[in-house]
Design a protein around this ligand. Structure first.
Ligand code: ATR
Length: 271
C-alpha cells in the first residue's frame, strides 16, 4: 500500500519537494507517493481537506499558506508555536491534525552538515519575515554569543527579537543596528527576487566567516555575489531545502534519509 503525501502552495509548479521526496522514498524503500497541489489563494483549508478525505496521510505547506496551516491544526509542536507557522501536516491515528515546522531545523542541520559551528559566535540575520521567525529557535539553541536581526522595517526586527529574548542574546533593529564583525551572516530577505540587495556595510565578515543565503534562485545568489569578494565562505539555501524535507519525511515515516546524494541531484536539477 502506497501512502500519499503532497506539497500545497500557490504557486507550486516549480517546487522541488516532489523530486526530493521521490528520491527519499527510492533510497529508503518507503512506499510514498508525493505530489504538488496548487491550492487556490482563498481555498487552502478545503484543498487540504479534500486531499485528506482522499486518503492523504500528510503534507508539506509552502508559501503563502504556512500561517493558515498553523491555524487549521488541532495540535502543533513547540517550535511551530514559536514560528507561528506550519510546513508539515500529519494526520494522527485519531484523525486529528498535527502541525510542525521543519524549516528552522533545516537551516541548522545544513549548517552542521557544512561544519559551521555557532556556539559562542556572532550571527547577523538580515530580514524579519516568516522565514527568519521560523529559524530563530533552532539557531538560538546552538548558543551563539549574539544574534542581531537587521531589517528594512526596523520595528519588525525589534519586535521579533523581543519574542525570542527568553531563548538567548538576541536584538533587532534597522540596518543601522549592524555593528562590528560577524562569524555568520544570513540573508533571510526576499529582496533578490525584486533585484535588490539589502544595503549592508563593508567589513561585516570576521576572519573565516560564512555568508548564508536562504534563497537559491540563482547560482550564486545576488547576496552571495556580494559576500564572496568580501572574504566570506558561501552557502545557499538548497541544503536547507533538502534538510527540511528530510525532517518532514522523518516525522511521517520515522526513517531518516541520507541527504548527501539528494543534495547532488537537486544541484544538478538547477543547472
Ligand atoms: P518570508 O516568508 O520569505 O520570510 P516575508 O514574511 O514576506 O517572507 O518577509 C520578507 C522579508 O524580506 C522581510 O524581512 C522584508 O522586509 P520588510 O519587513 O521591511 O518588508 C524583506 N524584504 C523583501 N523585499 C525587500 C527589499 N527589496 N529590500 C529589503 N528587504 C526586503
Amino acid at each position: 500500500m502506497t501512502d500519499r503525501y503532497a506539497v500545497l502552495g500557490n504557486p507550486v509548479t516549480h517546487s522541488k519537494s516532489p523530486l526530493i521526496h521521490a528520491e527519499f522514498a527510492h533510497q529508503t524503500g518507503e512506499a510514498v507517493d508525493y505530489t504538488a497541489i496548487e491550492a487556490p489563494i482563498e481555498g487552502f483549508a478545503s484543498a487540504w481537506q479534500q486531499f485528506a478525505a482522499e486518503g492523504g496521510h500528510g503534507a508539506n505547506v509552502t508559501v503563502p499558506f504556512k500561517a493558515e496551516a498553523f491555524a487549521l491544526c488541532d495540535t502543533t509542536s513547540h517550535r511551530a508555536k514559536r514560528a507561528k507557522a506550519v510546513n508539515t501536516l500529519i494526520v494522527g491515528g485519531n484523525g486529528r491534525l498535527y502541525g510542525d515546522t521543519t524549516d528552522g531545523v533545516g537551516l541548522t542541520r545544513d549548517l552542521a552538515y557544512h561544519r559551521v559551528v555557532l556556539k559562542d559566535k556572532r550571527v547577523l540575520i538580515v530580514g524579519a519575515g516568516g522565514a527568519v521567525r521560523g529559524a530563530l529557535e533552532p539557531l538560538l539553541a546552538e548558543t551563539p554569543s549574539e544574534v542581531v536581526i537587521a531589517n528594512r522595517t526596523a520595528e519588525k526586527a525589534s519586535s521579533l527579537a523581543r519574542d525570542f529574548a527568553d531563548l538567548g542574546n538576541v536584538s533587532g533593529g534597522g540596518y543601522d543596528a549592524i555593528e562590528g564583525e560577524f562569524d555568520l551572516v544570513i540573508n533571510g530577505t526576499s529582496a533578490s527576487l525584486v533585484g535588490d540587495l539589502p544595503p549592508l556595510p563593508d567589513g561585516l565578515f570576521a576572519k573565516g566567516a560564512w555568508a548564508y543565503d536562504m534563497m537559491y534562485d540563482v547560482e550564486p545568489t545576488v547576496f552571495l555575489q556580494w559576500a564572496g569578494p568580501r572574504g566570506a565562505k558561501l552557502l545557499d539555501g538548497l541544503g536547507m531545502l533538502v534538510e527540511q524535507a528530510a525532517e518532514s519525511f522523518f516525522l511521517w515515516r520515522n526513517v531518516r534519509p541520507n541527504t548527501a546524494p539528494v543534495r547532488e541531484i537537486l544541484r544538478q536539477s538547477l543547472n
